[in-house]
Design a protein around this ligand. Structure first.
Ligand code: ATP
Ligand code: MG
Length: 199
């Protein structure tokens, strides 16, 4: 009370002169340290899952698409000229994938994306080539650079345009939809990104 007449005008003058206090802004490393301090405390309200998700979120932009993609040699794919015989459709069913990349000639040259639900209309007796189904169900082909950071990739898959992107080694970041994608080195799906996010 005694100092108020002096302290108050000084505080007011300083606020006007220097602006609002900046507060404490931590960088990602510091935030991780802060969480570690909470974790080390026995009374922490954070569960193991909270910690994992928090870490995954902070580290998302440290990784790129190439780190999490499914490599081309591990992809289940189908040739554009392949016939949709009963055996082929049984094989597709047994693999259980929802999206199957369609290639022409070489496996790194993608000309389509076959959704297993597109096969509902196909009669195995008709022996249709995959190409015919692609003409009917034209699915968007999207590609992404292998070096794209996962925070950007997350935004991309979150946009809901496609759940599967073809990974390429090239300069541009995220491509527009094309007729075909050349030089594919793998695929990345929404699940791959979420898995990384929630560890
Ligand atoms: P959904 O869950 O939407 O039905 P899905 O189970 O077929 O689709 P995802 O859940 O997107 O596929 O992906 C699961 C894992 O399988 C991911 O690691 C992804 O890279 C991989 N994957 C997806 N499609 C294929 C495919 N055709 N061949 C090999 N791996 C695939
Ligand atoms: Mg799945």
């Amino acid at each position: 009370l005694i100092l108020f007449p002096v302290a108050w005008p000084i505080a007011l003058a300083l606020d006007n002169l220097l602006g609002e206090e900046m507060g404490t802004v931590y960088n990602k490393k510091e935030l991780e340290m802060l969480m570690q301090m909470h974790v080390d405390d026995e009374e922490t309200p954070l569960t193991i899952r909270d910690q994992e998700i928090f870490r995954g979120m902070l580290q998302l932009s440290d990784h790129c698409v190439k780190d999490i993609m499914t490599k081309l040699e591990d992809c289940y794919m189908i040739e554009v000229d392949a016939m949709l015989t009963f055996d082929k459709m049984l094989d597709i069913y047994r693999r259980g994938y929802t999206r199957i990349p369609v290639y022409k000639g070489s496996k790194d040259f993608i000309v389509g994306l076959l959704y297993t639900k597109d096969l509902i209309m196909v009669d195995p007796e008709d022996d249709l080539p995959v190409e015919r189904v692609l003409e009917f169900c034209n699915r968007e082909l999207l590609s992404v650079d292998a070096r794209t950071h996962l925070d950007l990739m997350f935004q991309q898959v979150e946009s809901g345009r496609s759940h599967l992107y073809f990974v390429q080694n090239k300069v541009s970041e995220v491509d527009e939809a094309t007729e075909h994608v050349a030089g594919v080195i793998g695929i990345v799906t929404l699940e791959d990104v979420i898995e990384e996010l929630i560890q």
